[in-house]
Design a binder for this molecule. Structure first.
Ligand SMILES: [Mg+2]
Length: 466
């Protein structure tokens, strides 16, 4: 592939990837190493996925925890205040802490409950206890890493330190956030964050540099950690180690959750960085589609995938707009291939609830279906990751069919993206050539649209890779 990934895919990938990691790791928090792979030895793509919920705090499947709750406070403050307003952000943190969130870091709670003003509370706590280098400021910093990425190395690292210092008085935590910001900045620009580690370390305050250099060294492994991963050093060390060793987003996340310990936080950090590298299309749709949660103290709003994507775009300088496709005449659903139905947006929205729905376009309001997967695919030739997304969709469809589900594939018009997936199914599952598959679908689905040459090219690659 020669297409370079559009920046917006990486920006959305970072914010959604962090929330996905948080929700994926939450049920395994404080568990032993290897628990994730013991439970899910192979990818779980059917009705039941690795987003299993549970854990000691009884999370819903896909529900994010305090890591993402605090990240959303950072994100909304940055967007609504037009930049960093520490007093405003500290106020939001405090409102959230007072609403009794199900999970909150010990240090964060102590600082926010102190009653002291924003510019002294964390330093006071750190001076009194000597403990302040937890991972609780690193876990929430992905939105700020997006927001300040366009301002360059110095500005983004400086913002990281200032936001960290609101709850974490130990500058070690701030330096870790600063390194994370710089690595995300490089990744969002399409660079290699692993290659950028030495230059980022040069920007770390000299007294903190050796300890950070140790955990970010290419030869460091989680077995070399000198603290549990509730501390800031091994948390970032593990995230970078996993990015080095995982081939794709799913493998990176599997590696970190399998380390055990503070799994939601390490996976949130790791998911933010890996999402910036692999982009929105690299995140398995069975994970991104179900990620959700509320922010205690801030009303009943339920944050889902589309909200996170919109917020990510706003953090990167776009407008904060919700997407309302309006009402369109329904097409379908109709069974086009055995067990596989097709439709357009409203044909799918108002379909029977037992369909496993695969959405290939933006939706507006979420659907009521219990099994609903949303793939990240635009009907243009800018999908650098179309092969990855198509494979993810076809793999999930095969697993859902094996679970006995009727599948309903749709996009806005039910023409081009829907046609890509129907044809891809025949190429991969029935061994047809692209020409045969196209003819087969055209005979059964008169809405088939063939204008996107990049989709047909992807099908030819799929045919050759069989
Ligand atoms: Mg948590």
């Amino acid at each position: 592939m020669t297409t370079t990934m559009h920046r917006s895919h990486r920006v959305a990938g970072a914010l959604v990837g962090s929330a996905v990691g948080d929700a994926l790791g939450a049920p395994f928090e404080f568990g032993p190493a290897g628990a994730f792979s013991a439970r899910f030895p192979v990818p779980a793509r059917g009705v039941e996925t690795e987003m299993c919920g549970g854990g000691s705090l009884g999370w819903e499947p896909g529900e994010f925890t305090d890591d993402t709750q605090m990240a959303l406070l950072v994100a909304t403050s940055l967007v609504e205040r037009g930049g960093l307003d520490e007093a405003d952000l500290f106020d939001r943190f405090r409102t959230w802490a007072q609403a009794d969130p199900p999970d909150i870091g010990i240090q964060t709670r102590a600082v926010l409950a102190s009653g002291l003003p924003w510019d002294v509370a964390a330093a006071d706590h750190s001076t009194r206890t000597g403990r302040a280098a937890g991972n609780g400021s690193l876990m929430r910093t992905t939105p700020a890493a997006i927001r300040f990425s366009r301002d360059g190395t110095q500005a983004t690292m400086d913002a990281a330190r200032r936001i960290s210092a609101l709850t974490h008085g130990d500058p070690s935590a701030g330096e870790g956030c600063a390194v994370f910001h710089e690595l995300v900045r490089v990744a969002l620009d399409g660079g290699d964050p692993l290659a950028a580690v030495p230059a980022a370390l040069d920007q770390v305050a000299p007294e903190h540099r050796p300890r950070w250099a140790a955990v970010l060294d290419p030869h460091w492994t989680p077995a070399d950690a000198t603290e549990a991963n509730g501390a800031v050093w091994p948390t970032l060390g593990q995230a970078v180690w996993a990015l080095r060793h995982g081939r794709d987003f799913a493998e990176v996340l599997r590696l970190v959750v399998d380390l055990g310990g503070d799994t939601d936080t390490v996976a949130a950090v790791s998911g933010g960085l890996a999402g910036a590298v692999h982009g929105m299309g690299g995140i398995p749709m069975r994970w991104s589609s179900v990620v959700h949660g509320k922010v205690p103290g801030f009303g009943d709003r339920r944050w889902g995938l589309a909200d996170l994507q919109q917020l990510a775009a706003a953090l990167d300088g776009g407008a904060l707009q919700s997407y309302d496709p309006g009402v369109i005449p329904r097409i379908g659903p109709r069974e086009v291939l055995p067990g596989i139905w097709a439709g357009n947006l409203d044909g799918a929205r108002y379909s029977e609830a037992d369909f496993a729905v695969i959405s290939l376009c933006r939706l507006g309001d979420p659907f009521p279906h219990e099994v609903h997967r949303m793939a990240y695919l635009a009907d243009n030739d800018l999908n650098a990751d179309v092969d990855t997304v198509l494979t993810d969709v076809l793999d999930d469809m095969a697993a859902l069919r094996a679970d006995g589900r009727r599948i309903l594939v749709h996009c806005h018009g039910g023409a081009s993206r829907t046609g890509l997936v129907l044809r891809g199914w025949l190429v991969r599952e029935e061994g047809m050539s692209v020409a045969e598959a196209t003819g087969h679908v055209a005979e059964r689905w008169e809405h088939l649209g063939l204008w996107n040459d990049s989709f047909t090219a992807a099908l030819h690659r799929l045919e050759r890779s069989r």
